[in-house]
Write a protein that binds this ligand. Sequence first.
Ligand SMILES: [Zn+2]
Ligand SMILES: [Zn+2]
Length: 754
Amino acid sequence: MSRERARLHGVVQGVGFRPFAYREARRRELAGWVRNRGGAVELEVEGPRPLLDDFFDALSKCPAPAQVERIERAAIAETAERGFSIQHSTAAAPEAALPADLAPCADCERELRDPHDRRFAHPFASCALCGPRFSIVLGLPYDRERTTMAGFALCPECRREYEDPLDRRYHAEPIACPRCGPQLSLLAPSGGDLGLAARALQLAAQALRQGEIVALRGLGGFQLLVDAQSDAAVQRLRERKQREQKPLAVLFPDLASVREHCELSSAEEAVLTSAARPIVLGRRRPTSELATSVAPGLSELGVFLPSTPLLGLLLAELGFPVVCTSGNLSGEPLCVDTAEALERLGAIADVFLVHDRPIARPLDDSVVRVGPFGLESIRRARGYAPLAVARFRARESVLALGAYQKCTVALGFGERLLLSQHLADLDTARGLRLLERTVDDLLGFCRVTPDLVACDLHPDYPSSTLAERLAERFGSRLVRVQHHHAHIAAVLAEHDLDEPVLGLAWDGTGLGDDRTIWGGEALWVSGAEARRLGHLGVFPLLGGDRASREPRRAALGLLWATDRARARAFARERFGEASGALLLQALERGINTPPTSSLGRLFDAVAALLGVRDSCSYEGQAAVELEALAEREPEAPAYELLLSAAPPYVAALEPLTRQICGDLEHGVDRARIAARFQASLVELGVALAGRVETASVVLGGGCFQNRYLRRRLSARLSALGRRVLTANQVPTNDGGIALGQAWVASRTASEPRD
Ligand SMILES: [Zn+2]
Ligand SMILES: [Zn+2]
């Protein structure tokens, strides 16, 4: 006989791991106990040595969603204990290994469809392997009294399941049934009651069939639903939500119906049906009869499957796909509470399908692509947050507040580097309040007072101002991290790599060390140190931030920097005689025309030169459409580039612009020009990597949301024997900035600072 004490790390809480260990121990007639401790599982087990090894082997192969990352084992004295038991949680300092919200498991799905089961058609069914987690938890350790289910007392039958170690619902904190669980109701925009429970669901389905807009209180906040097959209905949603052209995601009843509209690889289907159930961007079939207004001008379609029993029941009742988009006004945080939704979405939705389970924090739907080099996260929220995205290796804890758009919060402490869910842009007061609340939430949850607070170098971002206040409040050291350094560091953090790398930070805009606007950077990054080795040629950004909404301004700036005669003609042609003359004057005198090396703005400029569009209704629209255009010419060759031979390596814009304008004047197809432009950027990346001989090359920044750039450049550099790292679990856009800031700040810890 031997006895061992073990600690198991990974995703082991809130996923039925203790009952699993219990059953495995009982099966082998081993003695001992198991309990949650902090974010880990602790157990002692006693029995013949070969059986102990076999037991730990079984634990390491636990079924998903549980996942054992590491087991620490130590031999201890035998106690001749009899039987195996599950002990209750201790409130020791948590390491916050809480799982994300999980879509219904196969067993729960089966019960939902079984008319003899007591949870038949119950919109809030869940068990130890599935259901809400992060959206309901208020504190750790994860127990029902610290969730938003605390107010729902278990009925005798649910209590029996909850207390039976052999039941699938043993200590499953969110469980409920139609007798004791949350209830559905349907409300008019005035707040008046229209129906309850099953009747509410049927009436909501009826409203959708009639082309009405339904606001649904989902897992992590409100969503707006409308028939995706009806152009008129989708248009009405766009008008009311003031969302002109930005693509909308479509929710399908089942996988078979997704396949009718979208071509999916097996890897894409695996992610689509995973417990996280993100929105997956896939290729739309030409035969798809969804309303064209769902994703105008794009070959991609955002598709997803029901992530909760409520959505599953509603979609099964409907039998057709619906547009399903965040219940908010453009750029604002998601509405979470019913009263708030009635007020803010009252002019958008025709009816409100709501429930009475409080939502602990807003969680948007996550958005991903699945590429040849793995997951390409675009928005990380429901289903993924708050899983740790990286190993934390510093002694001092760090809080990081991100940038301005797609704000997230990162927290490094103990062994974990956490990234919050996507929050919002910070251009509204609501967005900023949500950022503040999330900081308190995360710090309280993890019981951390940060030693360091990190933010962007830009002093005027609301996140930077908040960071200053928090640093003062906690007496923490404030670390300002350059935007593109943070982009590269986010990738290093995710892949747990700490060696000097060449980082290509291709992005929209961020403040540079020299106080100009960067965004097409080649950086040498080694921990807290970053050196600018090269960049795109510089051109004036006409009207500053306004240029990102009006690509023709970027184009005029680009022409001004490269060919004055063409600039004058372009100004007259695209802005008219009077406005054109004023803008030329501004360029001449350098009024509100900050110089930039931004690749995002260069994309805008080229899109405007090609006549793709002069102004945008959402961020990055011109670049997205340019990419879609280029898809028609996958083999187009690059333009000739001029990259300086010695550092700083500057890619000259004059030859590129001259060739593009020349092709335009010769009537070359715009798709071919767009494709040649993108091919040139791949060649630029290869040329830069040729100048800087690091083993690994890191690609980071918003421009790598462009599939062509990301995948072609990765493939080319890999073929040249370089290790290429990109953001996978973490968004490559500004949603990943906080993580990079935390990583950089944690590496400044031992350096003296003034
Ligand atoms: Zn389940
Ligand atoms: Zn019950």
